[in-house]
Design a protein around this ligand. Structure first.
Ligand code: ATP
Ligand code: MG
Length: 368
């Protein structure tokens, strides 16, 4: 990935511009973490970039960044800029392109995100981001209150980076968040959820939630159940405990899962029928919320004699043949009956055993 990235900036420079890798990729590289995408900054304008890579640019995105895909790696190429005016504590509505790297770095959020790498792989660290990496502490570029009032998403990004990297927040940042946190309300629920997901999916999620609570962001994010969370090991599991679907956006599938987890929470999780009907995922999430060992759930689930209806060795047609009867509602009832008995191990999932049971129990259907 690094090799391809260096080649890409070399190509831009061969056209007479300057270009650097910046942001997450350099930060993660220095920390020994693998990144998914690469941010590049350059004095080339978006139209120049499109001319240099005519075949690999994705369609224009808003906000003047060009995305180039090379060998399935996403390169986000952004022209050096100065941001002039923000709207609603979020979007810069006005910016101008500039030629100076340092000026571009000054509009960025945190010092750890301003470290650059040039085409030879040399680190350029104009704002001393590496010291922060060493101290494992996050600092804003310049005044924290100014940064957060310009763009309140930076508040959540600060907590997201602290959580993912297990870094502390500078005391400046903490103080500034206390003073500007109400701006978080102006962010869209989509953006808030995106950042929250990254916090909730982190292995250091407990630390992230501790920070959110410590800084009073639960209130600004309208997550009044945040302090009651008991299980942290699944993203949907966390949202299930937050009861936030009325305001935060979720897919139909996610809503259904949360609903099912809540249903299971009112039942006996280790009951074979519950395990069978709701499946392993929903049950293990519910188990974890109830403090029941996941291992036990997996063990009990694996002990189920069947995992679905298609595992039953007799089907509707067998039953009709056996009873010499026509199709009808009764088929469903019989299947449901034997299904439950198999799951409860009251009947063996064996064709002879089942047929004998069906004839004995329902044989008089033939005559009715
Ligand atoms: P990751 O990609 O790992 O989530 P990143 O630091 O690369 O982290 P991106 O969202 O990809 O974050 O943004 C790339 C760079 O752009 C950041 O490192 C930062 O320098 C700058 N940046 C992104 N969002 C903002 C923002 N809201 N305010 C200021 N600078 C930002
Ligand atoms: Mg990035």
């Amino acid at each position: 990935m690094l090799k391809i990235a260096l080649k890409l900036i070399k190509t831009i420079e061969d056209h007479g511009y300057v270009a650097y890798i910046v942001g997450g990729f350099v930060r993660d590289q220095l920390l020994g973490i693998v990144s998914n995408d690469v941010d590049i900054c350059t004095n080339a304008r978006p139209s120049d970039i499109r001319n240099i890579f005519p075949n690999s640019c994705l369609p224009d995105e808003a906000y003047g960044s060009i995305t180039v895909m090379i060998r399935n790696i996403r390169f986000e190429i952004t022209t050096f800029r100065r941001e002039i005016r923000y709207l609603n504590n979020r979007k810069p509505v006005e910016f101008e392109y500039i030629d100076d790297l340092l000026e571009d770095l000054k509009r960025r959020d945190f010092r750890i995100n301003t470290i650059c790498m040039d085409k030879n792989g040399k680190i350029i660290d104009l704002l001393h981001g590496r010291e922060d990496l060493q101290k494992r502490e996050i600092h804003t570029v310049g005044n924290s209150i100014y940064q957060f009032s310009q763009d309140a998403l930076r508040i959540l990004r600060a907590i997201r980076f602290a959580t993912n990297l297990s870094f502390s927040l500078s005391s400046d940042i903490k103080q500034a968040i206390l003073e500007t946190k109400h701006y978080v309300r102006n962010l869209s629920y989509d953006r808030k959820k995106e950042e929250l997901n990254k916090i909730f999916a982190s292995i250091h999620v407990r630390y992230g939630i501790k920070l959110l609570l410590e800084l009073g962001l639960d209130k600004e994010l309208q997550l009044q159940h945040l302090k009651e969370i008991r299980s942290f090991d699944d993203l949907i599991g966390i949202w299930t405990q937050l009861y936030a679907e009325d305001i935060y956006p979720f897919s139909k599938n996610e809503k259904e899962l949360m609903q099912q987890i809540r249903e299971v929470l009112t039942m006996d999780i280790l009951d074979p029928i519950t395990l069978y009907r709701y499946g392993l995922y929903v049950n293990s999430v519910a188990a974890s919320i109830q403090g029941i060992s996941k291992k036990l759930v997996i063990q009990k689930y694996n002990e189920l004699p069947i995992k679905g209806r298609s595992d039953i060795v007799v089907n509707g047609k067998d039953i009709m043949d056996l009873l010499q009867a026509q199709p009808g509602r009764y088929l469903k009832d019989i299947l449901l009956d034997i299904e439950e008995k198999i799951v409860r191990k009251e009947l063996e999932n064996d064709s002879n055993v089942l047929k004998k049971y069906i004839v004995a129990q329902y044989g008089d259907l033939k005559n009715s």
